[in-house]
Design a protein around this ligand. Sequence first.
Ligand code: 5GP
Length: 125
Amino acid sequence: MAVDATQPYDDQNVFAKILRGEIPNRTVYEDDFALAFHDINPQAPTHVLVIPKGSYVCWDDFSARASDAEITGFVRAVGKVARDMGLVAPGYRLLANTGLDAHQEVPHLHVHLFAGRPLGPMLAR
Ligand code: 5GP
């Protein structure tokens, strides 16, 4: 079920539960601003999700409401995860589904990090 990107934040969403330690995850990286963990249903050899620690529904919410420190910290964390995983030279893809047409499923901002094989066209045709 896709989520409406304009809805208020729901603190019962699965990534909020992961952040609170109520659901286990395979953590790749964590700092004050971000948590990165393996996707439960990987779509590529490497499929990591990077989420901000703050309560933001989606990219729109984050870009509008997050502090400069949160935005800087999150963007740097995404880059660091890819760098530390050795993905810069082979290359990787970032994706942030936002709202209905993008079929965002979890209403807490997450950036997908895909890598580990040639990733094909940007969108299904
Ligand atoms: P979206 O469609 O919202 O961009 O992507 C949501 C992603 O979250 C999907 O790739 C899905 O596999 C992943 N996901 C959903 N529930 C869980 C979970 O409980 N743990 C982990 N690690 N990933 C999850």
